[in-house]
Design a protein around this ligand. Structure first.
Ligand code: SF4
Length: 437
């Protein structure tokens, strides 16, 4: 019987992809993935520090492993990810969770097999955290969540220092891979059955490869790959969104008509204090250009509510903004202090009650817009990449349109991984219903 691993991932797609790589490395070592932490020999928690909520959930999950770990000397608990890049958290971990076997960070995940071996051979605790890295890891093994779609990391780290964000401190300065190496990875994935790739990075559109080629060059190159059907990317920063990239939407048939363009606030004043490096007008100008070039594009965004100093007037600007852009969807977050960030020190923090009240109003408006936008799809025929069986109805399949809308419809499981035509027959707030053609 082979050894088993179980990974618990918190946070963003970068973390999800890191977990796929950790899984791939463990499988190369002969381990098997396992859904149940209690039946695994090794459990890895890949942490996120972007929001308070993820921190809390991590400590809760870690606490659940204590009894099993202390009762079973062969059970290994490893912790990695963004939280481990923060000194005060590692200190706290060593004090409160001394039974954790391995602690490593975001800059050395490729070293995990060595750390695991050291821990098991020497029966000792292992901690290895680097403050940054010079080289980006290339082509790590990966245990992909999906056979027919894949994440591909193109940049690591971030140079933007938005004042609320911990990422530049936990993921280090931005580094880009070379276009040649990215393209060869995508070709390898396509040969392995992948139809859709999502380029990943904290700020993908500031990508610049060692030869000076930029993100738009990468998109044009990727579009030439035979057998690949869809290209997505996330996350893009409005300040780096070039006219060339907007034009690539018209030129590149594989680039999906979808963009995630985080606005964070509709108020120029708040954007300045967030250090976002664009203002309300510039953002709206970019959206206008995108819509002119790609009239059927779907746009999603991130919004933070209750940033320090946010006045009722600033918040109204955000409400106006969502009405003007008419986002297809929005990820909304309550601002929470991240220790070590400039905004965490601002002395005009917004009381929780006000934050929650604004959050509810925003959500109410966003949901109405999302539902209206979805209703526009009824009667249309959409190309859908079938992703799996619906959780709510086992005889239904679910998939994504080019515009990243979730669609459910009746169909057989052998269609999973295929791109099929679906007529939309009903619209809900967060999803569409369709029938296969
Ligand atoms: S762009 Fe801003 S929000 Fe995004 S990772 Fe970088 S610092 Fe954080």
């Amino acid at each position: 019987m082979s050894n088993k691993y179980h990974i618990i991932t918190f946070g963003c797609q970068m973390n999800e992809h890191d977990s796929e790589n950790i899984g791939g490395m463990l499988e190369d070592m002969g381990y098997e993935n396992c859904d149940d932490k209690d039946n695994a020999n090794i459990v890895i928690l890949n942490t996120c520090s972007i929001r308070e909520h993820a921190d809390e959930r991590f400590y809760g999950k870690l606490g659940q492993l204590k009894k099993k770990r202390l009762g079973d000397p062969n059970y290994v608990v490893a912790v990695c990810g963004c939280m481990m890049q923060q000194e005060h958290i590692v200190k706290n971990m060593k004090k409160k969770f001394p039974w954790v076997d391995i602690i490593f960070g975001t800059h050395n995940i490729e070293e995990f097999p060595r750390l695991l071996q050291t821990c098991m051979e020497k029966r000792s605790k292992v901690k290895e955290i680097l403050s940054d890295r010079d080289l980006v890891p290339e082509r790590l093994p990966s245990s992909r969540l999906y056979k027919y779609k894949s994440f591909v990391n193109i940049t690591y780290g971030c140079n933007n220092f938005c004042t609320y964000c911990i990422v530049p401190y936990t993921r280090g300065r931005e580094k880009s891979r070379s276009i040649d190496s990215v393209i060869s990875e995508v070709k390898f994935l396509v040969a392995d059955g992948v139809k859709e790739i999502t380029y990943l990075g904290q700020n993908v559109n500031s990508f610049e490869d060692p030869d000076g080629r930029d993100f738009t060059d990468l998109i044009y190159e990727t579009n030439k790959i035979e057998g690949l059907e869809r290209i997505r990317f996330m996350t893009s920063h409005p300040k780096d969104l070039s006219d060339r990239l907007i034009k690539a939407y018209a030129d590149c048939d594989k680039l999906c008509n979808y963009i995630h363009l985080p606005v964070q606030s509709g108020s120029t004043e708040v954007l300045k204090r967030m250090n976002r490096k664009y203002d309300r007008d510039r953002y709206l100008g970019i959206v206008r250009k995108i819509k002119e070039m790609v009239p059927d594009i779907t746009i999603s965004t991130d919004i933070i509510v209750g940033f320090p100093g946010e006045t009722e007037e600033n918040f109204s600007d955000t409400l106006d903004m969502i009405k003007e852009v008419k986002y297809d969807s929005a990820f909304t977050f309550l601002y929470s202090i991240r220790k070590g960030t400039p905004a965490g020190e601002y002395d005009d923090q917004i009381p929780e009650k006000i934050k929650h009240e604004r959050f509810d109003r925003l959500l109410n408006d966003i949901n109405k817009i999302t539902a209206d936008k979805n209703r526009e799809y009824v009667g249309r025929i959409e190309k859908v990449l079938v992703e799996g069986i619906s959780k709510n109805n086992k005889s239904k399949l679910v998939g994504r349109t080019e515009g990243f809308k979730l669609v459910s419809f009746f169909g057989e499981a052998n269609l999973i991984g295929e791109i099929i035509s679906v007529r939309i027959i009903n619209a809900n707030t967060f999803s569409l219903e369709g029938e296969m053609l």
